[in-house]
Ligand binder design. Structure first.
Ligand SMILES: [Zn+2]
Length: 172
């Protein structure tokens, strides 16, 4: 996928936005061709240098940017030359989806294995064991806790699991 198409994908935009936040988004959304310094990026994008550095570092931690250091012969200062590695975005997204799918499958099992009690006043949910320890009385307001079905939650989790599995091409 070309960079431009990749960056127009709403899933990719959301992913980058969650990584770097709104302040880092101008950096993440405009990957330059070739090497660039943080100062150049800050100037080009009209951003605070700290915001640029923060975004670059987050991208680096997520394998989406690399740098090499060059020492200026005269001043001795180190310059960091950054390269964006957006070829890794599809792989990262895939890994994220696999992690999310695992978490949803754990959640489903937890919902299936447990019975829940609810304080309707406070909208707090308790596992059966907790509710029993509390004498089926809400610790916040003293109301009686009622048994609560969780079929709707399980259905919603199932829908998300199905959608993710189909996106990932998992058939099991
Ligand atoms: Zn309550």
């Amino acid at each position: 996928m070309a960079f431009e198409d990749l960056l127009e994908d709403p899933v990719v935009q959301k992913y980058l936005n969650e990584l770097v936040g709104p302040k880092g988004m101008p950096v993440a959304a405009a990957p330059p061709d070739g090497e660039v310094t943080d100062e150049e990026l800050a100037e080009r994008l009209g951003l605070e240098l700290n915001d640029v550095r923060r975004a670059l570092f987050i991208l680096y931690e997520n394998d989406l940017a690399m740098y090499r250091r060059v020492r200026d012969e005269d001043s001795g200062w180190l310059t960091y030359l950054w390269t964006f590695e957006y070829d890794n975005i599809p792989g990262n997204l895939h890994d994220e989806m696999v992690r999310l799918l695992d978490a949803l499958e754990d959640r489903r099992e937890y919902e299936e294995m447990n019975e829940f009690y609810l304080c309707e006043v406070c909208s707090i949910r308790f596992e059966f064991g907790e509710a029993m320890d509390l004498g089926f009385e809400c610790p916040e307001c003293g109301s009686e806790l009622d048994a609560m079905g969780n079929d709707a939650i399980i259905d919603a989790v199932d829908d998300r699991i199905d959608a993710l599995r189909s996106d990932l091409g998992v058939t099991t």
